[in-house]
Design a binder for this molecule. Sequence first.
Ligand code: MOS
Length: 729
Amino acid sequence: MSSKVGNSIGKEVTRVDGPLKVTGRAKYAADHNLKGLLYAVPVGSTVANGKIVSMNVQGAESMPGVVKVYHHHNVSGLYSGGDHAHEQRIPLSDETIEYYGQYIALVVAKTLEQAQAAASEIKVEYSAQPPTVTAQGLGNDLGQASARGDAGGTFASSPVQVDANYSTPTEVHNPMELHATVVDYKEEGFTVYESTQSVMGSQRGLMNQLGEPQERMRVVAQFIGSGFGGKLALWPHATLAAVASKDLKLPVKLMITRKMAAETVGHRPGTHQRVRLGAEQDGKINSLIHEYGSESSMGSGYRENCGEATPSLYGAQNLRVTSGIYHLNVGSPTAMRGPGAVPGTYATECAMDELAQKLGMDPIELRKMNEPKLDLSNGRPFSSRHYLECLEEGAKRFGWHKRKSTPGQPDANGNIHGYGVAGCSWFAGRGWGDVLLELLDDGTASVACATQDIGTGTYTVVAQMAADRLGIDPHLVNVKIGDSRFPPGPTSGGSTATAGLVPAVLSAAENAVVNLLQAASTDSSSPFSGISPHDLALTNGFVHQASQSANSGVPWGDLLKKLKRKSMSGKGNSQYASPDQTPVSMHSYGCHFAEVVWQPQLAQIRVSRVCSVIDAGKIINPLTGKNQIEGAVIMGVGMALMEQSIYDRQSGAPINSNFAEYLVPTHMDAPDVDVHFLDYPDFHINQLGARGIGEIGLAGVAAAIANAVANATGKRVRDLPITVEKLLS
Ligand code: MOS
C-alpha cells in the first residue's frame, strides 16, 4: 500500500465498477431472472378522460400461459403512496381514467410473449370526454414564490424594459435503462429489484401502498442505467408487480416499454413563463418579474419550480416571482434533471440576453453589472460564489471576443456563426444518511450505505472518500450500496447524494480508526499493547506510533489478524441540509458558452461547440465530474433544438412516444464540449467542500444555445424547441 492519506480526493480515479459493467456482470433490475419467474404486461387506457364502462378479460384469461389478469374488480387493499409516489391515484382502484396510458389491467403469464399477446386481447369499452392536454396563460392557484421591493412600480418607471414570454414543452427523461421491477415474494416478505434513484424511497413507497412493515420490504438496485429524476418516485408498475407476486407467491418481472415511459412514469412538465426586466441605461437592473405556470396532471400538485434560481442569481432590488399550475389529462409530472432551475433559467437567461441587446451591451458586462454582494432573497452571505470568474474564464477559453454583436455575417462557406452565453445556478443541498465502514483483516475496507449509483459514479467517489482517509488505493474499498438493508442512505436526487455522503463516510472512517487504535492499545496480543491510543495513528494503511513513521508500523490487516478479529467497524452519519436551513446561501454556479452554425441554404442549425465553466466546490473526481457536465450539455442541446412530447388533442396520447419521433441528440448532434471546473472548496457544505454536480450542467445550456441562435440568425425563438420551422416562420 503505497498511497498516502489525502491522495484520492480530486484524482481522476477510473470507475471502480467499470469492469463489472463492461463485462456484463453488473446486474440491473431486469437481469434478475429468478426460478419460476412470471412476466407481467400492463394494459394502458386508450382514452385520456373518462370511465371504463366494461372490460372483457375472459378471452385473455383463457390464452396459453396466462396465469392471471388483474383489474379494478379484483385488486383492492392498496393505500396511497404518499410523497413517495408522484402518481397520486392508487393503481387499478376504480374505473376513472385521467390520462392516456393509465394502467387499466395487468396480465401475468409464463412468458413475456404470452403476456403481451393476452394484453392485446383485453376488450374495453369507455365513455370518454375530450381531454384537456394544452394550457394557456400563467395557470391557476397563483402563488407568490418570492418578492422584494416594488417590482411592478420600478419596472414601469425603468427606462429600458424587456417583457417577453417563453415556453418549454413536456420533456421525457428517456434513460437508456427502462423502468423495470422484479418482485420476489416469500412468506417472510418482499425482495424488490427495482430501477430506482432511491432504494429507501422506493421501499417507503411500496410499504405505504401495500401496507407492509419495513422489515418485510427489501429494495435492491445495484446498478441503474440512469434516471434523470424519473426514477426518484415509485410508479404504479412497481406496485402492481408486487401485488401480483404476493398474490401468486411467485417472482414477477415487469419492464415497461419505451411508449409507456412517455405515459406513466413522469416527465418534465411544460412551462409558460413571462419575464420582465426593468433597467437603467447603464445596465443596472431595477426590477425582475418572473411569472410562470407549469403543467400538471389532474390529481397532482407537482409544480415545476421555475423560480428556483431567480431570486438569488442577480442583484435586482425589486423582484417578484409567482407560480401557477394547470391540471391536464396527462400522466403525473415529476422532477427531471434540474427541475425548476432548468426551464426557469432558460427564460431568465434569454431575457438577460435580450436586455443586453437592447442596451447595446456585452451580455457578460451586463451580468457583471448586476452581481449581488449577498443573496437578496434572504439577506444571507453566499457560502462560496465565483459566478463572475466562471464568465471571465469561459470567455477566455471560448474566444468570446470574436463574437460579432450584429447577426447575419456569413463566413467564406456561407455559414453564419452565432455565439451565445448564459449563466446557471443550482441550490447546494446535502443528503442525510448513515454509513457503516469496516476495516477487514485482508487489508481492504468496506463501506455500506443504502444509497445507489445511478450511473453518476457514486461507487467510485465513495471509495475515494474512504481511501483518502485510510491511505489506501480506492480500488481496495468495497462499496456496498443499492440495498435498503444497509444503513439508511441518501436519495440520488437534487445533486445532494455526494455532498451528503462526504460527512457520513469520513466520520465512519474516523470512528473505525479510533476503534482499531483502541483495540491495538488494549489487546494483549497487539504489538502496541499498553501504548495510549492517542499516541497511535493510522497512516497509509499502517497502524503505527504517532511519533514514528508509518512504515515502522503494521498494516491494519496484519494487526487485525494478530488481534484475532475479522474486522473493525465504525459508524458515520450526515445531517440533511437544504438552502433554507443554513445561515449561508449555498448554490453552485456556472456558465455555458455556445457556438451555433446556421446554414441558411440548407435551413440547418447545429451546435458546433460548447464551453462550460462550473463552480461546484471541490471536485472529488474530475473524470466522473466532467462526464456529468458533458452529458448535461448534450441533454441541453436536445432541450434547445429537439425534445418535446406532443399530446394528441383528440386521444390525449403523447404520440411521439418512441425514439424515432421524440428526438434526442445522437453522437452526430453532439458538439465539442470543453468542461472546466473552478474547484473552490465550499466548506459550509462538508469537510471536503464538495457540492453536487448532477443538475448544474443542464441549467443554462438551452439559453446559451437560444442566445447563439439569435446572434446567428437575428431571430429570437422563445418557445422551445427551436425547430427549423420556427426559425423560418
Ligand atoms: Mo434529479 S431531477 O433530482 O434526479
